[in-house]
Design a protein around this ligand. Sequence first.
Ligand code: GLN
Length: 544
Amino acid sequence: MASNVEQPEAPHKNFDTILVLDFGSQYTHLITRRLREINVLAELLPCTTKLADLPFKPKGIILSGGPYSVYEKDAPHVDPAFFELPNTPVLGVCYGLQELAWRLSPENVVAGTEREYGQADVTAQRHGGHVDKLFDGLEDAMQVYMSHGDRLSQLPEGFCTIATTTNSPYAGIAHKEKNIYGIQFHPEVTHTPKGKDLLRNFAVKICGAKQNWSMSNFCDQEIARIRNLIGPTAQVIGAVSGGVDSTVGAKLLKNAIGDRFHAVLIDNGVMRHNECQQVKETLAKHLGISLTVVDASERFLGALKGVEDSEKKRKIIGGLFIDLFEEEAIRIEKEAENTPNAGKVEWFLQGTLYPDVIESISFKGPSATIKTHHNVGGLPQRMIDGQGLKLIEPLRELFKDEVRALGRELGIHEDLIMRHPFPGPGIAIRIIGEVTPERVRIARQADHIYVSMIREAGLYNKISQAYAGLDTNKAVGVMGDKRYEGYIIILRAVVTTDFMTAEPYPFSMEFLCELSRRIVNEVEGISLVTYNVTSKPPGTIELQ
Ligand code: GLN
């Protein structure tokens, strides 16, 4: 599949780029992010990347941390050619530092007797000269985050010590002549408060990278690149959901190729209250994008009949999406036949974000290439394979909040930018058990009241994601002095920055009671309202 995916190489022509070679640390992606925060473009590639295959000349190289021990039999190692690149400084972080030392002599790295996890205090050692540049402008004493079991047993030849901790005499090293540096701690995490300054020292003072990367540069750059890539006649189809990623992607495509971009929203019958209509209107009004809504609710609800298992539901919905996009691509080509827009639908827009790309980078196993994360939001693998549609992923270098910043750059309305994420399979996975039209109605109405009340209370932007789900079981209640069996609503509202961990939003009891009162009174079929207070982990954000 890799050949089907356009490679984002163009930005490197205009911006100095720091290459980050990934050895598999959980924090690698944060290195690239911190660099972008200081307006330096960073590209992350697997540690197995060969210099000969690199499509650009990096301004500097960072070797990331990683789970392996450099002395292990199968441990990954960097292509030595990177060290021969003229005027290209190298910074090794944790495993990266150990890799630098191990290359010079395997005896330089040993298993430590004590593992060091968490906070540590480093002391910078100054020598005069270039080796001081990494800690330039920083205080001698610095709080850092460590996560390692191995350590350097001795100073590698040609190096001097530029930082120590009580447990790590070689917490930072620098080559006395060459621009090669290594640190045992992680500068990329927020637990190293001055880490960003240290990365700036490396990128700007040591590598000489220009700090000219910005969202607005990125925006112009991307639009020009997309236009060029698609060429003068091809058409692009994109699944638009009303979420921020697909909206920003759609706006970029619209700006790049105008009406040859076709935004499609498939109404699967499990969208939120009035959602399809609202998304259509908002896109037309704010973005000038004419959205085709394909009403396939009966097909979806028919296929979901009697299905209780959530994985089965996902598969059914994903499969039908594929069929419908295939039909749409054919319809678009036919309709355009005798118009100035006539051309093949060659591309499929996908809102893949950077974390998805990172997740699918692997340096082990049969292939050492970047594999693109397909099926984000249940997207059509079969369609892409079968019809040879090429993927276009303009957001694949960005994190969620960066996508939001790009959206603002594109003039997208704040309401759209701050919209809570909504899963591809929609309300179907917020209903535990069978998805019937009646149960969809109940969940949808409850959700509408819930989210409206959150908006009215001014809490919408304080919460990352909120929805009403439905339990399979019924509960006994009493209404009008009569026994009444109704469904159980499970409300969820979480706060999170990265959606990897999340906390429940602390509503006031008064607000929760008012919610319950309104939902039970206004939605027929409910006898009990609960609020899910489980954090993630161990819970998840959605119900299934
Ligand atoms: N696995 C190596 C160690 O334990 C490197 C760890 C890291 O890069 N975080 O020392």
